[in-house]
Design a protein around this ligand. Structure first.
Ligand code: COA
Length: 387
């Protein structure tokens, strides 16, 4: 199998409505990443830095990648902000892996950050809306919940049993989030709660939506052949894939498939030299419950419509044959936009090192992360293995 790079450290803040500002969040995630390196590492060895952020909310710092180097206590390495909406984190990891793989960096720091709760609802809707199409979506009043509501309506028209599966995704991911100390929501949700909840964008209700969240996560990435200088248990990045699609959903041939995810998933598995059967658990982009069903199909773990049966069978729950989002997913862990793709890798880092406590996927050796920008305009997928 390919070994493109290795993750040797990872840090994570709590996700939720937090008092901390963006600088404190960055500092805490980065400090966590450095202190998790088993044999230690000098901060002065970092020679490439990437910050994933939409640049949301009240802080409004344009050149924010310099804030990351400042808060990380680094002395002047090159630093780049990567903004691909909700997929910023996945694309930042990709940039870091490429940098170490091609010899541009011996140690790269990747951080993802969003502070979303320090602005009014109207400004928040504006900030989220700019990641979608302007003429046909945002200015027509369509929110992201609205876009995914349209997608879910079309999916349920094709596969009516999907309504039960959407509820199951919410119940499952809330149950998983209960076991994650960093999750925004740590409360059990029943099928009845899901069906009784207020509608947000029909057919999606409150428990079908990810929340609005603050938070940060960080990773340390090194060349694969250097990993054992830092730890006996590195997590290898075996394969990377990325793709894109038309920005406005109305420009797409079909609402119920994301071509960007399909391209990214196929490329990542081919790049890793892995089959679907070898992947033991998934961290997928469930910004709305319908998105988890689409991800299972777009990534090839189910046929079109097959995610319904896969989900209802319990296969994707903890203890199932293919656990999906053991950390609670965006649905219950939270979705601080730029941090999400990095946070997914943090979970993989814990799981593949056997450090995920009571949400540990037994004997986990391979995993896949899937991070989507907007309503499917950009996507990245990465495949990981245990060292
Ligand atoms: N899931 C579960 N519970 C939620 C929730 C969610 N997504 N969002 C809020 N809640 C809970 C709150 O904790 C609060 O509970 P409490 O009364 O027990 O304290 C209650 O619901 C009301 O919270 P509030 O913040 O007033 O909700 P809201 O109506 O303003 O917002 C949504 C709810 C779903 C509209 C909002 O979370 C949202 O816009 N989510 C989508 C964000 C998004 O589009 N991200 C980009 C994706 S591509």
């Amino acid at each position: 199998m390919a070994r493109r790079a290795a993750i040797v450290g990872a840090g994570h803040t709590r996700f939720g409505v937090l008092d901390e500002g963006p600088r404190a969040l960055l500092r805490s995630a980065v400090d966590g990443a450095f202190s998790s390196v088993d044999r230690g590492v000098e901060r002065s060895s970092v020679d490439e830095v990437f910050l994933a952020t939409l640049g949301f909310g009240g802080w409004q710092i344009g050149n924010s990648s310099a804030v990351l180097t400042e808060e990380a206590g680094l002395e002047g390495p090159p630093t780049t902000r990567i903004e691909n909406a909700c997929a910023s984190g996945g694309f930042a990891l990709r940039a870091a892996v490429r940098a170490v793989e091609h010899g541009d960096a011996g140690l790269a720091l990747v951080a993802g950050l969003e502070k979303m709760t320090d602005v009014s609802n109207a400004r928040r809707r504006y900030w989220l809306g700019v990641s979608g199409d302007t003429e046909w979506e945002r200015l027509a009043g369509l929110t992201f919940a609205g876009v995914y509501g349209l997608i879910a309506s079309e999916y349920l028209h094709r596969y009516p049993q999907g309504r039960e599966a959407l509820a199951e995704v919410a119940v499952k991911n809330h149950a998983n989030g209960l076991k994650n100390p960093n999750a925004q929501f740590r409360k059990r949700v029943t099928r009845e709660d899901v069906f009784r909840a207020p509608r947000v964008a029909d057919p999606l209700g409150l428990y079908d939506c990810c929340p609005v969240s603050d938070g940060a996560a960080a990773l340390l990435v090194v060349p694969a052949d250097q990993a054992h200088r830092y730890t006996d248990t590195p997590v290898y990045v075996e394969g990377l894939g990325a793709g894109s699609d038309r920005l406005a959903v109305q420009e797409r041939a079909q609402l119920t498939r994301f071509e960007a995810s399909r391209r990214a998933g196929a490329r990542a598995l081919a790049d890793a030299g892995r089959s679907h059967r070898e992947v033991q658990f998934l961290e997928v982009h469930d910004c709305f419950t319908i998105a988890e069903l689409l991800a299972l199909e777009d990534l090839g773990f189910a046929e079109p419509g097959g995610a319904v049966e896969l989900t209802l069978s319990g296969a994707t729950a903890a203890g199932g044959r293919l656990p999906v989002n053991p950390d609670g997913g965006l649905k219950s862990k939270g979705h601080p936009i730029g941090a999400t793709g990095v946070s997914q890798v943090y979970e993989v880092f814990l799981q593949l090192r056997g450090q995920a406590a009571d949400r540990q996927v037994p004997h986990a050796e391979t995993a896949l992360t899937h991070n989507v920008g907007g309503a499917g305009a950009t996507a990245t997928v990465a495949v990981f293995s245990r060292g």
